[in-house]
Write a protein that binds this ligand. Sequence first.
Ligand code: XMP
Length: 519
Amino acid sequence: MSLDVSHVGELILVLDFGGQYSKLIARRIREAQVFSLILPYNVSIDTIRKYKPSGIVFTGGPSSVHMQGAPLPDPEVFKLGVPILGICYGLQLLAHMLGGKVERSDKREYGIAHLEHRDASGLFEGVDEKTEVWMSHGDAISAMPPGFETIGRTENCPHAAIANPRTKLYGVQFHPEVVHTRQGTRILSNFVHKICGCSAGWNMGSFVEHAVADIRARVGDGRVLCALSGGVDSSVVAMLVHKAIGDRLTCVFVNNGLLRKGEPEMVQQVFREHFRLDLRYVDAERRFLDALKGVTDPEEKRKRIGALFIDVFEEESHQLGKIDFLAQGTLYPDVIESVSATGGPSATIKSHHNVGGLPEKMNLKLIEPLRELFKDEVRQVGKDLGLPDEIVHRHPFPGPGLGVRCVGEVTKPRLDTLREAEAIFIEEIRRAGLYDEIWQALAVLLPVRSVGVQGDERTYEEVCALRAVTSEDAMTADWYRFPPDVLQRVASRICNEVRGINRVLYDITSKPPATIEWE
Ligand code: XMP
């Protein structure tokens, strides 16, 4: 991966050794207003030099330095004269590679520990002398590397923090990036500001300025196309590009008939009427429904929806004359070459449908102004650009839309039923003030009929499953614990107000083993 980051100024590189918190480290550093990038641990020293980092963090990882093939950085990294902070496995690497000793500890530590520090080096400046930290390790330092001193200890870990202030190499056995380490933010901030000498220059205001200038310079007097879905990512991309080149941006919004209630109207109202973007609305509902006729297999649905989207989008853009660029809402987590603990590629669980393959097919150059950002940063940019909260804080919605929430055959009447049920669910969540606590809430229509009684009549209708989850990044998720009266209200309203549903279930499966969507 190579990102052009020449515009961001100071940056901290996070070398990823496969730790589960690597992204969190990068985010925390950005919260301290210093730009950070994650690179795989075995990136070449020339690449590291190219980025001119002000500091480097070695992340934790599942390995032991004694394992055969244990991941090690290029030893030249220690000669760059750049401050390094090793976290957990990263600390053990410093000790192991610089002449100390790491051994399997007979006192493993997982969870909260109490750190006592005595530090004049700056890493713990402003941190209480006794403070809670989060530990998770089996190995520990048994002999210190020359030139280093111990600056912190816990009950079971005599070298919980080490420093060589002369060479500016630091290590902590605990995880400052997780919230359980009470003053972790302060420690990371000390590292980047006091030790690496970075100023606090990275913020979303400066990002917008640079991104707009970049887009202008790249596009010149060319024209840009953007597939606008109304989700936060494509909305922010459209707004940024519009700010940069105005009417030389054309957005295409495809109504595939699989959208939420009121969505086509909302997107047109916000972008065309309010922000005055050149927005082409394509009503392709009939074509999508035809393509989905008789299809019940989830992967087949996804493939057909994806393929047809590309066809429709391509047809539409051909009518626009010469277009040079396609703007896309790729985010940083999609770009990171993460180091998987097993070393193997991870399996494709579901085929994702966005605009994959389109740029090559249409011979367009890509513009991806959000490639460096995390989701919460994108939301901040959206806010700064004046997008309404309804878009900025909207729950994620999959590309194949309600097609993968209408289990069984996708038909217009079933989609209409599902749309109504979903709208009630979301309305009640909002009314209870819970919307922002939930990562995603959705309704699923099951092709299962059950017997009910309404008034004096026997009914035989379909079942609706509700799902609401909390999550950090959609990789894992837990079901949301609703107050029972909220669920009760939703179930009763759906059965009373929505034709075609007479029974409501609440999904209490986490991810894994389930996924967030049902298909
Ligand atoms: P799963 O169901 O895999 O979903 O646990 C994880 C997150 O991804 C969203 N999702 C998609 N997003 N195109 C998208 O842009 C897709 O094809 C797609 N499928 C699932 C899902 O809503 C959840 O937030």
